[in-house]
Design a protein around this ligand. Sequence first.
Ligand code: PHE
Length: 456
Amino acid sequence: MAKTKIARENWGSKFGFILAAAGSAIGLGNIWKFPYIAGENGGAAFIFVYLICIAIIGLPVLIGEVLLGRTTQRNPVGAFKKLSNSKFWISVGFLGVLAGFIILSFYVVIAGWSLGYIFEAINGSFYKFNQAYTSANHFTMLIQSVTWNLGFTIAFLLLTMLFVYFGVQKGIEKGSKIMMPLLFIILVVLAIKGLTLDGSEKGVSFLLNPNWKLLHGTSILIALGHAFFTLSLGMGAMLTYGSYLKKDSNIFSSSTQIVFLDTLIALIAGIAIFTAVFATGQNPSAGPGLIFHTLPVVFTKMSGGYYFAILFFFLLTIAALTSAISLLEVVVSYFVDEKGWKRHNAVIVFGGVTFLIAVPSSLSSNVLADFHIFGLNFFDLADFLASNIMLPLGGMLISIFIAWVWGFDKALVELKQGAENIFTDKPYIISAWKIFVKYFAPVLIFLVLLNSLGIL
Ligand code: PHE
């Protein structure tokens, strides 16, 4: 197909970019995954390791990804093509697009459950269960229904496609400007409710007092993988969002704000969830089922729980939506930039493809429950492959590319645009960034990857 002559899209404002990128970062990772993996890996002890990973690897790699995007004004494949033209590096871009698909395939399934649970909450279904096992049974019954499962997956996917369909400013940016403030307000309301419950201090101490015994070797891998997942790193989502930035934007300050917002939301979500879980005497380490098994019971046990339940699942759904939008945008931008497709066609075609690959994940909980590869069902395999292997690997290669292939001479010229004040007033920040990207990120990620493959 011929290359399109239409001018490439841009964000309407810097604030719009920050909200959209924070929308990508803040998602199921913060509200569904972070609390349960923290719960399984020692609470505060895990959070400590996670914060270190965010600071010394997450932030530097985020700055690098946004920089690659803004410099090239391209999708991940086009960006590597423009800066190196080597087959190897172009394939790193493809790896990102592929990881985006794999994440989408399970992301839309969980997000679909969340959407379905808004209706469960509205119907007052939660009042039927006052014990964790009745709630868990209800959840199992729902996800074993192919129509419930696939129906809400499709509904969620259609919502995602709608925003991407309307483009960068009119769809993604506008949507984020409405959804992100709403998300923040709801979460704060839920956290205040949690903190005012009797017995909430046990939840707070769970998050603040480290239990080092629960922190095992693999916890470090999980913390690192999660740092990538939660910041949408290693697969080009942030690169793609960065590609819609104008040159006068300050990448240092906007990246720091994105990381700050993402971490803040994860911690507030942890507080909202664990205060309520402990105050109502539920089990904090229910794993992935924490939100769908445990929380409905928690809501039945608190005053106003009916409304808080609706608010919670609404919050979870919009958080997931702004992230799924960024995942789909990576694929769409590739076909728009490189293949000259029209945005609308790309959205329809790849929304459809996403649906096809989401089917096995969705059916993992019913028809395909006994089908395992490497001991994992489709759903868990997709999550493990993407979060614990592909994203860290992508992040490692992106850092290596910036430091050793593209080179800091050129990278710093680009980075300086919009951030002159940091170069003159705080040059040590620039030096620190270089050291993190050149040595820390590649070496640490490599060690953790070896460990995860059982080599180290
Ligand atoms: N950051 C998102 C979350 O925490 C997930 C995501 C990963 C989105 C990679 C885009 C790219 O839920």
